[in-house]
Design a protein around this ligand. Sequence first.
Ligand code: 4NP
Length: 161
Amino acid sequence: MTPLRVLFVCLGNICRSPTAEGVARTIAAAEGRADAFLFDSAGTGDWHVGAPPDPRTVAAAAARGVDLSALRARQFEPVDFERFDLILAMDRSNLRAIEAQRGASRVPARLMLDYAPGPSPRDVPDPYYGGADGFDHVLDLIEAAATALIAGSGALPKAAR
Ligand code: 4NP
């Protein structure tokens, strides 16, 4: 089966989207479905290109058994619309930045938290300038959405909230 190619996008590609990439990969592997997906992440900004994820992000993920240490930041580019089947932005601001680069592609771009079951904020809050609990909150939101994304095999969320 051809894997579904999913790209997670935030601003810096050092906190939220690498977390989504690592969490999704870890959940898919635990479900025995690693071969069904290809996951990657990128940032709409270029400040951290080539850098590993933020140490606070790496530590918070490691505490839940998710290893982010091998990831390196890269910037989102228009050709990503051709490389992926589904693009998931961590917040509305980054979704707008992605859409501004779309051109003629019809690949779906949605909010990650459109997959979250039950009441959920729409945006994964940027933890970069906050305290340690912000990183755990990011993990909570992303784990819930990634679990639903994988359970549904990447089918589009029913409706944007
Ligand atoms: P991320 O967090 O978008 O979740 O990776 C940020 C990381 C760095 C910056 C902003 C957000 N920054 O401005 O450097």
